[in-house]
Design a protein around this ligand. Structure first.
Ligand SMILES: [Zn+2]
Length: 326
């Protein structure tokens, strides 16, 4: 019998457990919620997690909805889910565990450390207990606080260093978002560092895909169905469910995104919507001062589509107003 963080897989059954992995200062256990769905037929293992960034709720909702539709009697293989995989950050709806000695983005500290910071211990547990014991993993994300992002799947890394490229491409395509992003292993991601979970997971022999959608701290309801359908499509594509993958005829790929920053601080009024196609120089947004005068116009730095938008009403100089995918 296989186990995931000690939680067994039982053929034809769903097992739900909360597994203690650490302790808060007041003695409350830090627990990972773990669910295993043991299909009646043999097949691969699909692992899914959300909430590695504790403010990203849309993936949590996608998983909540997706697992309700999965009946072990119709599954070949095993589905393992940790719907909230960074509980300390989830409690404060923040990207990171805010009371940690050093602010640590779990996504960036893989492979983690069994005896390190709590965030590093979580990373270690996710990789060693789940990701490397599954044929494929899906890690759900949303945009940073205040921003909203179109649904897309990653092929990251976009190389075949560990022999998994065609397999990962096949799942990313099958998931069915409008966009698939080919991201190389090392380049800078926006203004943050490169690398991260998907690169480390691939190196550790646990092919993984990020599925990105929606806004931080809210459930982007308009995208939840896309995520639920994506999970089903991947399960069909992996041979775990009967049926046909629902292909998305609008799907297209992109390989980079370019940031459009505000040069002045003030009130933000957007002139485009998520998914809009734009051309270089096109007006994306206006910035107004408190007296109502327009003080800045943010324009598209290149041709492409609006991949991510700032949703806050006010911004400081430097704010990322939009990401343009191309
Ligand atoms: Zn995230």
């Amino acid at each position: 019998m296989s186990k995931f963080l000690g939680v067994p897989v039982k053929k034809g059954e769903i097992v739900r457990e909360r597994v203690r992995i650490a302790t808060y200062a007041d003695g409350t256990p830090v627990q990972l919620p773990v669910m295993t769905i043991g299909g009646v037929k043999d097949g691969p293992t699909l692992y899914m997690q959300a909430g590695i960034h504790g403010d990203e709720m849309t993936g949590v909702e996608v998983l909540r909805r997706a697992i309700r539709h999965i009946d072990p009697a119709t599954v070949a293989g095993t589905v393992v889910v940790v719907p909230i995989c960074n509980p300390p950050a989830y409690l404060t709806r923040s990207r990171e565990y805010v009371n940690e000695e050093r602010h640590t983005d779990v996504f960036d500290v893989f492979p983690g450390a069994a005896r390190g910071l709590l965030s590093e211990r979580i990373a270690h547990a996710l990789l060693s207990e789940f990701i490397t014991n599954a044929e494929f993993s899906i890690d759900f994300h949303s945009a940073l606080d205040g921003c909203e992002i179109v649904p897309f799947c990653y092929v990251w890394p976009n190389d075949n260093e560990h022999g998994s490229l065609a397999f990962r491409e096949s799942q990313a395509t099958a998931f069915g978002t409008d966009y698939v992003y080919y991201h190389d292993a090392v380049s800078k991601f926006g203004t943050s560092v490169g690398g991260g979970l998907s690169v480390d997971a691939d190196a550790a022999g646990g092919p993984l895909m990020l599925a990105e959608m929606g806004e931080s701290r809210r459930v982007s309801r308009q995208f939840v169905d896309i995520g639920v359908r994506g999970v089903r499509n991947v399960m069909i594509n992996m041979g775990m469910l009967e049926g046909e993958v629902e292909r998305n005829p609008r799907q297209r790929t992109f390989t980079k995104f370019t940031l459009a920053h505000a040069d002045e601080g003030g009130a933000l009024e957007l002139a485009v919507e998520l998914g809009d196609d734009v051309v270089e120089g096109q007006r994306l947004a206006d910035i107004y001062d408190v007296f109502g005068d327009k003080i800045d116009e943010v324009v598209a730095p290149c041709d492409g589509f609006v991949q991510r938008l700032m949703r806050l009403g006010s911004v400081n100089t430097g704010a990322e107003i939009a990401w343009i995918g191309s």
